[in-house]
Design a protein around this ligand. Structure first.
Ligand code: ADP
Length: 266
C-alpha cells in the first residue's frame, strides 16, 4: 500500500517539474490491524467471565434462589470471575499506559539492586503462600555499580511480572533464583530469573510474549493470569533498548534473561 503525493520543485511555469513522493502505508495498515485484533481479543477475554457472571446471576435470581448450598458455591465462582475481570482490566490499562507513554515518561538513573530488593519484598506474601524461596545474587563486586537509565516504575513492573511468574508457574516449595551479572563486553546488565518448575515446551517459547497467549490453560493448575504479563515485559524492555531471552526444558525449569544497557562510568 502506497500513497503518492506531488510536490512542485520548479517555479518555471514553462518547465514544470514535480517530485513524486511515495508513502509506504503498509506499516500503518499493520499497526491498525494489530490494534483492531487487540480490541477484538480484549473484548473476547472480558466477555467470557462476564457471560459466566450473567449466567450465575440469572440462576441465583431464578431456580437457585432458595438453595443455600448452590448459592454459596455460585457466589464463590462469581467472585473468581469478577476477580479475573478486574485483573484483565488492570493489565489492559498497564499495557495501554506504557504504549501511550512511549517516549514521554521520564527516564532517570535507576538502581537495579534497590529495584530488585523492592520487588522481592513485595512478593513475599506470595512466596509464603507457595512455600517457595527467592534468592537474589550478584556476580562478584557488581551490586555497588548497578545503575541504568530508565523509568523506575516500569523496571519494577518488568521484574515483578517475571519473578511473579517464576513463583506462580514454578513448583510449590520451589526455588527462584535472580542472578545479576554483566555481558562479556560490559555493555549490559543481565538479570536471569530462574525457576525449577515444570518448564515450557519449545513450540510455545516464541509465542510467550504475544498478548493473551497462555500455555495449556487447563494444566496450569488453575493459575490465575491474563496472558498479558509477558507482553508488558516485552514492551518495557523494548522501551529501554534491552533484550529478552528465554530458555526452558520440560521438567527442568525455565530461565528468563533480561539484558539492559548499563550506564557507563566515565
Ligand atoms: P499470565 O498472566 O498467564 O501469567 P504471561 O504473559 O505472564 O501471562 O505468561 C504467558 C504464559 O507463559 C503463562 O500463562 C504460562 O503458561 C507461561 N509461563 C510464563 N512464565 C512461566 C514460567 N516461569 N514457567 C512456566 N510457564 C510460564
Amino acid at each position: 500500500w502506497f500513497s503518492v503525493s506531488l510536490k512542485p520543485v520548479s517555479s518555471d511555469a514553462t518547465k514544470p517539474q514535480y517530485l513524486m513522493h511515495f508513502h509506504d502505508l503498509s506499516e500503518t495498515k499493520k499497526t491498525d490491524k494489530v490494534r483492531s485484533d487487540f480490541i477484538a481479543n480484549a473484548s473476547h477475554e472480558l466477555r467470557t467471565p462476564l457471560a459466566s457472571l450473567m449466567g450465575f446471576i440469572e440462576t441465583l435470581a431464578g431456580p437457585a434462589r432458595n438453595d443455600e448450598v448452590a448459592r454459596d458455591r455460585f457466589l464463590k465462582i462469581m467472585q473468581d470471575q469478577a476477580g479475573r475481570m478486574s485483573r484483565l482490566i488492570d493489565d489492559l490499562l498497564t499495557l495501554s499506559r506504557f504504549e501511550t507513554a512511549w517516549g514521554q515518561s521520564s527516564f532517570e538513573e535507576v538502581e537495579l539492586k534497590a529495584v530488585l530488593t523492592h520487588v522481592t519484598n513485595a512478593l513475599s506474601p506470595m512466596v509464603s503462600q507457595t512455600g517457595s524461596t527467592i534468592k537474589l545474587s550478584f556476580a562478584g563486586g557488581l551490586d555497588e555499580a548497578l545503575k541504568l537509565r530508565g523509568n523506575r516504575d516500569e523496571i519494577i513492573q518488568l521484574f515483578e511480572n517475571l519473578i511473579e511468574n517464576a513463583i506462580k508457574y514454578g513448583k510449590d516449595n520451589g526455588q527462584v533464583n535472580v542472578d545479576v551479572s554483566e555481558d562479556a563486553a560490559g555493555q549490559n546488565f543481565i538479570v536471569e530469573v530462574r525457576d525449577d518448575g515444570p518448564g515450557i515446551s519449545e513450540e510455545h517459547l516464541p509465542r510467550l510474549v504475544e498478548r493473551f497467549y497462555r500455555v495449556d490453560v487447563d494444566t496450569s493448575r488453575g493459575k490465575q493470569g491474563t496472558g498479558l504479563g509477558l507482553a508488558i515485559v516485552k514492551h518495557i524492555i523494548q522501551r529501554h533498548k534491552g533484550r529478552l531471552n528465554v530458555k526452558s526444558k520440560l521438567g527442568q525449569g525455565t530461565s528468563f534473561f533480561v539484558a539492559l544497557p548499563k550506564i557507563q562510568s566515565k
